[in-house]
Design a protein around this ligand. Structure first.
Ligand code: G16
Length: 523
């Protein structure tokens, strides 16, 4: 097939010479000014994927938790899941092709995948609220139309909403109606039905403070609130009316800083939650009467939801296998609680919900949450009436802050639990996350679900001997797939020791993995 016209189209979205980017943990992500050619090329690739799978494919323009100046793109496969590793490889191949070899690389993918170019293609596009989103999503549209694909531009949506639309479309409406209103209706109906099983909630119990990270989640919660028929009273802060996206707010900030976001007026003991920039992550928290901050992260969410589902299975007399999937970041206390007290299977995968999602699908019901609040429940939908509303309330395609929040609110109400009761299920081990800048983070290679570093030589030995100095301690390092940093995680018996260990491991990374600038300072 003659595709030479692609050459002239692609000149409108030229690649800066020498710039190389990788499809990372959740797609391409960097400063928005480097992304125009990537977006055009991802439009091309999504069109090929659509022709190949004879299905609608999604392209979400977002950089999620990253700063407002960044942007990125996530590709969505037919059932709403992330694209496969092989296609991630094609994405990197196309992204990094210099201008005059793009056509050759495109043809290479077409040949390898044996794509029939006469097939129609359909692409759903969405974007978060970043200022760069409008022009970058136009570049995606250009890419799709240059290969003759059809597009439906949903404009401003959360990432999970776009996953939902793609899944609805490819299941011909079985998963729901592929509109934003269809999404609100599906989730709110399930929430209202589930909530009928809760004893009457007081106004205080219905009140939830929501930090919208000054992003798309805030806009969408405002749209959704009327569908919830006053069963949940959300008080929004960081609603994008004034603050900057993810700046001193949002789920990533709260999780990493272990602190409340700016701009939220929290009363003692009040239940609060934070979304991230594209509303696929959520964390909960409150402050106690002594002013102490309590974080209920993805591990606590997985525990709450899996305990509830296990109870339902027991009540229904169903012998279904339930498992919780975690990553290296899971707090040691949560893993111990799940395995020893709850007796559920726990498995550990690499960071990135795409890895957790696949592992979760090995079980009848797989609850997966990263400690950072990104996750969901993936289950084989059996004809179990008791579970039906819970299942309907869950966006099974991908982690979804809105759907997760409604499940948590319903489960807390049904079980008559306060946020403090939930927090008391187990006590987190004190922990600390740090970032270290190195000249090339790819020098760090890991194994064992990223819990051990294979290179550079000597780094793992250094970590092992540092860990030995502390009680109930654990630490690991891994290159981020979304930011140009090495992430360091440490936990230990006290916050002071966790901080000290994280700092010592950061120093080892700086020394052994080519640290840039001054050595990390103690906390
Ligand atoms: C993305 C992924 C998450 C991952 C996070 C951090 O989240 O979807 O699964 O935990 O990046 O990844 P890394 O540590 O490799 O930078 P989001 O919400 O930013 O899309």
């Amino acid at each position: 097939m003659d595709l030479t016209w692609i050459k002239s189209y692609s000149k409108l979205h030229p690649k800066p010479e020498g710039l190389a980017l990788q499809y990372g943990t959740a797609g391409f992500r960097t400063h928005a000014k480097h992304l125009d050619h990537i977006m055009f090329r991802m439009g091309l690739l999504a069109t090929l994927r659509s022709k190949k799978t004879k299905s609608t494919i999604g392209v979400m323009v977002t950089a999620s938790h990253n700063p407002e100046e960044d942007n990125g793109v996530k590709l969505i496969d037919p059932m709403g899941e992330m694209v496969t590793a092989v296609w991630e490889g094609y994405a990197t191949q196309l992204a990094n092709a210099e201008q005059d070899s793009l056509l050759k690389e495109l043809k290479d993918v077409i040949e390898k995948e044996d794509i029939d170019m006469s097939e129609p293609a359909s692409i759903y596009i969405g974007k978060d609220t970043r200022p760069s989103g409008a022009s970058l999503s136009r570049a995606v549209l250009d890419g799709v139309s240059s290969l003759g694909g059809k597009t439906h531009d949903y404009g401003l949506v959360t990432t999970p909403q776009l996953h939902y639309m793609v899944c609805c479309c490819n299941t011909h409406g079985c998963y729901g109606s592929p509109t934003v209103e269809g999404y609100y209706q599906k989730l709110s109906q399930a929430f209202l039905q589930l909530s009928q099983n809760a004893s009457n909630c007081t106004d205080d119990q219905k009140r939830l403070l929501v930090d919208g990270a000054n992003g798309i989640g805030a806009l969408k919660m405002t749209e959704m609130e009327p569908f919830l028929c006053s069963k949940l009273h959300m008080v929004l802060s960081n609603d994008s009316s004034s603050g900057k996206l993810n700046h001193m707010c949002g789920a990533d900030y709260v999780k990493v800083q272990q602190n409340a976001p700016q701009g939220m007026n929290m009363g003692v003991g009040e239940r609060c939650c934070s979304f991230d920039g594209d509303a696929d992550r959520i964390v909960y928290y409150y402050t106690d009467s002594k002013g102490c901050f309590h974080l209920l992260d993805g591990d606590k969410i997985a525990t709450l939801i899996s305990t509830y589902l296990k109870e339902l299975l027991t009540q229904a007399g169903l012998n279904l296998q339930i498992a919780v999937v975690q990553t290296a970041y899971a707090n040691g206390s949560s893993t111990r609680y799940l395995e020893d007290v709850m007796k559920v299977a726990v498995c550990c995968t690499k960071t990135g919900v795409k890895h957790l999602h696949h592992a979760a699908q090995e079980y009848d019901i797989g609850v997966y949450f990263e400690a950072n609040g990104h996750g969901t429940v993936s289950s084989l939908k059996r004809a179990v009436r008791l579970l039906e509303s819970t299942i309907n309330l869950i966006n099974q395609t991908v982690g979804d802050a809105i759907s997760d929040m409604l499940v948590i609110e319903a489960v807390l109400a049904i079980r008559g639990m306060s946020v403090q009761d939930w927090d008391a299920i187990y006590t987190d081990l004190p922990n600390r996350q740090l970032k270290v800048t190195v000249s090339d983070r790819r020098v760090i290679d890991t194994t064992d679900a990223e819990r051990r570093a294979v290179t550079p030589e000597g780094l793992q030995d250094a970590i092992d001997s540092l860990v030995k100095k502390y009680k109930t301690a654990r630490s690991f390092v891994r290159p981020s797939g979304t930011e140009d940093v090495v992430r360091v995680y440490a936990e230990a018996d006290t916050q002071e020791n966790a901080d000290r260990l994280a700092h010592e491991v950061s120093l080892a990374v700086h020394r052994l993995a080519g640290g840039v600038g001054d050595e990390p300072k103690p906390l």
